[in-house]
Design a protein around this ligand. Structure first.
Ligand code: HEC
Length: 254
């Protein structure tokens, strides 16, 4: 038997050393077992319960009478958080009255007048031109009565159009003020003034009080009763107005 193939165990093992090693390993294993038993054992149920009760009671005391959740201590009395700049809703930006009324009137014109008087307001064979018409750029009450009641008979040029113009119903004071201001300051017309919402309200009032209410106005009636400017509060064209209400911007503030 060759010693290179199989070691002679009897001669190579030091029994004392082997015992020592076995002892060390057993001691280590016992140590680990102790650590496991004492350190990482689950917490007993009653300790958990006591901790829970203490937390609830302490939380109640702090929350109810204590200072932990009392915001009065954290924030001074009547403290109001400043809003970040630019987040306050100030509504639409004010515009000069003439710009705001023209913008409003442009929309009203395209819905209410464009179909007959045409996009350039020059009319055609069936509809008169509104450009340079004395009944447009002249007395504002006359112009308003034509829009609100329609017109029969000869126009400002003396020419009559069959059927005349029908009353333009459903116009709000804002609509009327806008469309009048627009037509008086567009298409080559340039009175440079505005018809205020207040003046338009007066116009609606005057119109409903006509003796011939419900019938088209005639040139005769216009000359007799409405050859004047509308009463009500006029407005400087540069006054800053709320573009929605068309009223002075200060008055629109809450
Ligand atoms: C359905 C067609 C029609 C619509 C819509 C209409 N008009 Fe007329 N308009 C006429 C006709 C037709 C006449 C001429 C009436 C006549 O011969 O008496 C006229 C006449 C006028 C006149 C008189 C012009 C002058 O010089 O005598 C004015 C001002 C006028 N319209 C403004 C308006 C405005 C502003 C609107 C829109 C708010 C409007 N009209 C909507 C058909 C219309």
């Amino acid at each position: 038997m060759s010693s290179t193939q199989k070691p002679d165990l009897e001669e190579n093992i030091n029994v004392a050393q082997a015992h020592e090693r076995v002892d060390r390993e057993l001691a280590a294993a016992a140590r680990e077992k102790r650590v496991d038993d004492q350190g990482a054992e689950p917490i007993t149920l009653w300790v958990m319960a006591v901790c829970g009760i203490v937390a609830v009671i302490a939380g109640g005391i702090l929350g109810a009478g204590g200072k932990l959740f009392a915001y009065g201590e954290t924030f001074p009395e009547n403290y109001v958080r400043a809003s970040a700049p630019g987040t306050k809703d100030t509504g639409p930006l004010p515009k000069p009255a003439i710009d705001a009324l023209i913008a409003k009137g442009q929309k009203v014109y395209s819905v209410k007048c464009n179909g007959c008087h045409q996009g350039d307001a020059k009319g055609n064979n069936n509809f008169p031109s509104l450009v340079g018409s004395e009944w447009v750029v002249g007395d504002s009450e006359r112009f308003a009565m034509i829009i609100l009641n329609g017109l029969a008979g000869p126009t400002s040029t003396g020419k009559s159009y069959p059927g005349g113009m029908p009353a333009q119903l459903g116009l709000s004071p804002e609509d009327l003020a806008g469309v009048m201001t627009y037509v008086r300051n567009n298409f080559g017309n340039s009175t440079g003034d505005v018809v205020s919402v207040n003046m338009a309200k007066q116009a609606i009032e005057i119109s409903s009080n006509r003796a011939m209410a419900g019938k088209q106005v005639t040139g005769e009636e216009l000359a007799a009763n409405h050859a004047k400017n509308l009463p009500g509060d006029p407005m400087d064209p540069t006054t800053l107005v709320n573009p929605i209400t068309l009223e002075p911007a200060e008055a629109a503030a809450p």
